[in-house]
Design a protein around this ligand. Structure first.
Ligand SMILES: [Ca+2]
Ligand SMILES: [Ca+2]
Ligand SMILES: [Zn+2]
Length: 316
């Protein structure tokens, strides 16, 4: 199969953020040995994945019961806020023939720039939560026309796509953007799996219309760009706030109150599903509430991401 890739390299050396889609777009066509296989085998054979779903009926990728439970993480010194800038690579997966109304590349570029701002503001605590060591710099955007990957789900199609497109190392954030299937908003892999011999699988896959200005969800309730923030939380080892429910371990973060199950939309602040102290963390990026409702990481989550970076991603 011919794989058409149009690559727009964006200030890779300086790490400057892309402003409003104004970057020059270099056209290139390359061939790849993608098999064109179907993406119907939605099972996920890596237990180290975690997802965000669009609705209560959507299934998350199945988790391998034999996979390690990535629980407590070895404590490390807290890095200063904003001290780690993560190069971020966008792979924009597109249909081979654009349907009527499909967005132009310039529109996607604008949404990607807005997405980077949401990501940085969120990890800086500028939206109401804790500051973190992490900032993100857009290093490249590529547009890839491939019908087999356009509605990718976890599984073989995902692996084919990532084998062909993944770039960088454990410190590089690869973001695959597509009209993903299975009712998912996105999924990601925990950093502990990076050196499993399948480093190419690392990264985030997310729904294209979940980017800022997108149409995802009823009333575009998932169209403010928080899906990427949530998935990068997983990429830095955060569990869902409802992980293991009201159990003692919960999400292995002490300052996120336990909650029995995911919350959707935006329930009242008084929502409280576990007897343990504190109301449910419905405003936390790692719950399942709508974008306008989620806007914070806690100091404990910032510390867990800090520790995960040093333990699993930082290259000495
Ligand atoms: Ca907790
Ligand atoms: Ca409680
Ligand atoms: Zn998730």
């Amino acid at each position: 199969m011919r794989l058409k890739i149009r690559s727009a390299l964006v200030a890779a050396a300086t790490g400057a953020l892309l402003a409003g889609g104004a970057a020059p777009v270099a056209m290139a066509t390359v061939s790849a040995s993608a098999s064109g296989a179907t993406v119907s085998d939605a099972h996920c054979d890596d237990g180290a994945s975690a997802a965000r779903v669009r609705n209560k009926k959507a299934k998350e990728p199945a988790q391998d019961p034999n996979a390690k439970a990535y629980g407590a993480i070895k404590a490390q010194p807290r890095m200063p806020n904003g001290s780690v800038t993560i190069p971020t690579v966008f792979h924009m997966i597109q249909p081979e023939t654009a349907p009527p109304g499909y967005r132009s590349d310039a529109e996607w570029q604008t949404m990607i720039a807005a997405q980077m701002k949401v990501l940085n503001d969120s990890f800086a605590g500028a939206t109401g939560g804790a500051n973190t060591p992490f900032r993100f710099s857009l290093s490249s955007v590529e547009f890839v026309e491939n019908d087999a990957w356009y509605q990718v789900v976890p599984g073989k199609g995902e692996r084919d796509m990532k084998r062909a497109l993944h770039t960088g190392d454990s410190e590089t954030l690869n973001v695959y953007v597509a009209d993903i299937g299975a009712g998912l908003l996105g999924w990601a892999y925990f950093p502990q799996g990076y050196n499993s011999g399948r480093a190419y699988i690392d990264g985030v896959v997310m729904l294209d219309e979940s980017m800022p200005g997108g149409t995802a969800g009823t009333g575009a309730k998932y169209g403010l760009g928080d899906t990427l923030v949530h998935e990068v939380g997983h990429w830095l080892a955060l569990h869902h706030t409802f992980n293991a429910g009201c159990s003692a371990s919960n999400d292995f973060v002490t300052d996120t109150p336990k909650e029995a199950h995911p919350q959707f939309d935006c329930p009242p602040d008084s929502t409280d599903t576990c007897a343990a102290p504190g109301n449910d963390p419905i405003h936390n990026f790692m719950d399942y509430t709508q974008d306008s409702c989620m806007y914070l990481f806690t100091a404990g989550q910032a510390k867990r991401m800090n520790d995960a970076w040093i333990n699993f991603r930082a290259i000495p």
